[in-house]
Design a protein around this ligand. Sequence first.
Ligand code: URA
Length: 433
Amino acid sequence: MRIIDIIIKKKQGLALSPEEIYFFIDGYVNGEIPDYQVSALLMAILFKGLKNDEMLALTKAMLESGEQIDLSLINGICVDKHSTGGVGDKTTLVFAPLIASCGLKIAKMSGRGLGHTGGTLDKLESIPNFSIDLTSKEFINQVNDISIAVIGQTANITPADKKLYALRDVTGTVDSIGLIASSIMSKKLASGANFILLDVKVGKGAFMKTEEEARRLARAMVDIGNGFGRKTVAILTNMEEPLGYMVGNSLEVIEAIETLKGNVNNDFKNLCYALAQEMLLMTSSCKDEDEALFTIEQKIKSLEALEKLKEMITYQHGNPEVINDYSLLPQAKSQIEVKAEKAGYVAELNALDIGLAAMLLGSGRERKEDEIDLGVGIKLSKKVGDYVNKGDTLFTLYSNGKNEDKAKEKALNAYKIVSSKVNPKPLIIDIIR
Ligand code: URA
């Protein structure tokens, strides 16, 4: 077999066989096939696409390139959730303890933020001393003991994806549905859960800008998950405006804790509840939506879900006192309130602009190796559909002095204020089972 023939075959729009896909992945990981030939193949895939069988073979080849976590030693139902990334998306910090308090086991490997999107690991690292580095054995033991662990990806998971993703990043080949679906699913399958819930974001702040693209990605990932015998469901959710009111690492931890305390009633809470409901249904833990909602509300009201977060923080060496004392989290030196220049209704709050504004303040990174400032970010006071008087606070910058003016301009630009009432778009667009 020769890689040049595989490149030409894909260039002609033909489907690759599983053997050809294995040859390409093995050869690339072993260093036998050079970057320039893989780049050419990736570009051909981007233009010609991958059929379902090719996606399955690619996912399998990447999955088998590294360690696979065996969760069979864990008693109980092991579940996982993945978000394709957005702005203000601190869902895991609520969903994971909530679902663990409902009796399921959540063994989750999360990622870091990149570009305008945040990452759960950075948020967790706002908690003093919190450790995201556990060995596979410690990870499994913790899930067995307290039903919850959220960690970084262990070093040996899907090395093929790590190498390919780095190459895609610099060759303009990230945005291929087949490549994204197999990249995400190889990692989800390697981390071992039997039930996988995917939150596929759609809109200005998301990877997928249109509903049609998001639907195709969701369908591809659900088919891959189910093809591997793992029950997989995708929820398409709105990412036109940021989720909740807080954007930035410490700020988002606070909003998550407040949600677990039952003090929050907004789109963010609604999304956490909708995802938890779906998980309780897909694992047959509840018979219908009403029972699932009742269970969730009980776990919040009784503070059992909050207690699970506290247990996880304690197990992962963090300071659980943050739950009662937010001053223990990294703080920004100044808070700058930015006021509306005219009255009207908020018609648009561009999630991408808010994400970029928070990043300018230092909350996100352009490159993987960049340092971030965990204390900075943006607190939104008005969201889509709200009425604003001239002079009302639109948002507050939590700043340590970096790029304040640019961040203010960017965030102001995110707001579009009009004279007639506008309703926010529905949060849940569809569920793909
Ligand atoms: N996230 C991933 O893990 N892989 C992709 O290809 C895109 C987003």
